[in-house]
Design a protein around this ligand. Structure first.
Ligand SMILES: [Zn+2]
Length: 178
């Protein structure tokens, strides 16, 4: 079975999580794109290269399409420096531990649904990091009124309604094309 990062694979009572599998609240999710295989009681994901054009250390621009309690899924729009759009289902995996050098209590303190982010690819299976100063959220809209938020030190503020929201904000916030 072909799986993509974030796909639900089964329950922790059924399987032992192996390579490329992430456990959260007793549920098992794919942390990599590849083939899900069960051996004895262990479920693992054997990575396949779905996107040869994206490699470790590349910088990507993407949109947060889902957040769970400890990670976010990012739809990768493009690799920085390349114009070619990618297939819509190319998704990266951003774990809360790769969102900041400091401790984040919630995923939402780092990124939120529909944010546009600039991220570093840290392995060949589209695992992402936004720890670097230049990485993080580059565009976000106000949760209350939908207006694009403006950068204010390490927080974001809505020029319309004054709402202030927390994010892991990139130094590139609001700059240039995304
Ligand atoms: Zn607002």
């Amino acid at each position: 079975m072909m799986v993509f990062p974030g796909d639900f694979l089964g329950y922790a009572e059924e399987y032992i999580p192996g390579y490329g599998v992430y456990e959260e609240d007793g549920k098992l999710f794919a942390a990599a794109a590849g083939k899900a295989v069960v051996e004895d009681k262990t479920i693992k994901v054997i990575p396949v290269k779905t996107i040869p054009e994206i490699e470790k250390n590349d910088v990507i621009i993407g949109r947060v399409v889902d957040t769970r309690s400890s990670f976010a899924m990012v739809e990768i729009a493009r690799k920085e420096g390349s114009e070619r759009a990618l297939r819509h289902y190319d998704r990266g995996f951003l774990h809360i531990s790769n969102m900041s050098d400091g401790y984040l209590k919630n995923v939402e303190d780092g990124v939120r649904y529909m944010d546009i982010i600039r991220a570093r690819v840290i392995d060949s299976n589209l695992k992402l990091s936004i720890k670097e100063r230049e990485m993080g959220v580059i565009r976000a809209i106000c949760e209350k009124c939908g207006t694009p938020l403006q950068k204010m030190k390490d927080k974001l503020k809505c020029p319309e309604c004054g709402n202030v929201e927390k994010r892991k904000v990139s130094e590139y916030y609001g700059r240039g094309e995304w």
